[in-house]
Write a protein that binds this ligand. Structure first.
Ligand code: NAP
Length: 293
């Protein structure tokens, strides 16, 4: 049975990704995460209606302890291996918020949480991966990763100046840098790592801002539906023609070059090292392929 974990699978693009994966892999067991039990119950009902097995895990990505607990629970359930991890959960805040651990919250939820989760789940992904059928890590970024012209690492965790969209764009640049660095470190291992832009999609991601939410309602006819926005994630998670493709950035189901800073290998390496410190991971505790700088 193919085991697939989709973070933020309780709504929007994540839920439609789960439905699409269920249709393509009817033998799959699909696990979704979110904060709200009622939304998670409904998501599981909808995924099961597509014919796949489903269950949920509750987690708040604003807390690193909660991310560690999730990783432990999933690791215990995924004995035999985790085939696909889709790092989809993400948010945008109009005003500055601080995570449980004292980080700027957009950065904590959009970058630190998937970084920590992926590294803690790597032994299970390596267990599932085979040369002929690799395990896959798919990280949902955004075209807004192109907005920052560089990344001041010292300003990420607690930015001197808070502006919602630029801060969000920086976290989405972190997503591409992380996905690329993960691919590089995994080298010849049977686990791939790619990132993507889902398109401009009609979801609740701007729920924090009355003005942006109004803008989304007005622009609705020109935006993708959540199902359309899920297409690239679904392809990266399931398409056999992408077997072995790693370190790529995709949009509209096709691979294209990300921004210049997103291709900066030295920046990706530094972000990795800083992120290990931020989440309190000892490099020697990582699955062995990830220790190679
Ligand atoms: N919509 C777009 O136009 C667009 C464009 C580019 C990229 N993206 C990216 O696409 C991904 C999915 O976003 P979406 O548009 O589908 O938004 P959404 O409808 O708001 O869904 C976000 C998902 O993330 C989860 N989540 C948010 N904060 C969380 C936290 N602190 N802890 C745990 N889970 C949390 C939510 O769970 P709850 O049920 O707990 O809220 C929900 O399942 C995000 O990474 C976003 O940055 C979206």
């Amino acid at each position: 049975m193919t085991k697939v974990l989709i973070t933020g699978g309780s709504s929007g693009i994540g839920l439609e990704t789960a439905r699409g994966v269920a249709r393509r892999l009817p033998d799959a067991e699909i696990w979704v995460t979110g904060r709200n039990e009622a939304r998670l119950d409904e998501a599981v009902r909808v995924i099961r209606a597509e014919g796949a097995e489903a269950r949920w895990f509750r987690v708040d990505f604003s807390s690193l302890a909660d991310v560690r607990r999730l990783a432990d629970e999933v690791s215990a359930e995924a004995r035999g291996g985790l085939d696909v991890l889709i790092n989809n959960a993400g948010l945008w805040h109009q005003n500055r918020r601080t995570s449980t651990d004292g980080f700027e919250d957009t950065f904590a939820v959009n970058h630190l949480a998937p970084f920590l989760l992926t590294l803690r789940l790597m032994p299970r992904l390596l267990e599932a991966g085979r040369p002929e059928r690799r395990a896959r890590v798919v990280t949902v970024s955004s075209r807004l990763h192109e907005r920052p012209k560089g990344l001041d690492l010292a300003d990420l965790a607690d930015p001197a100046r808070y502006e919602g969209l630029p801060v969000y764009g920086r976290t989405k640049l972190c997503n591409v840098l992380f996905a690329n660095e993960l691919a590089r470190r995994l080298g010849g291992e049977p686990v791939t790592s790619n990132s993507l832009h889902p398109g401009s999609v009609r979801t609740e991601v701007t729920r924090d801002s009355f003005l942006l939410s109004l803008g989304i309602r007005i622009a609705a006819p020109f935006l993708k539906t959540a199902a359309e926005g899920a297409a690239t994630s679904i392809r990266l998670a399931t398409d056999p023609r992408l077997e072995g493709v790693t370190g790529g950035y995709f949009s509209d189901e096709a691979q294209l070059p990300p921004s210049d800073p997103a291709r900066d290998q030295e920046l990706a390496r530094k972000l990795w090292e800083w992120s290990l410190e931020w989440v309190g991971l000892d490099p020697t505790s990582l699955a062995s392929p990830l220790r190679n700088a």
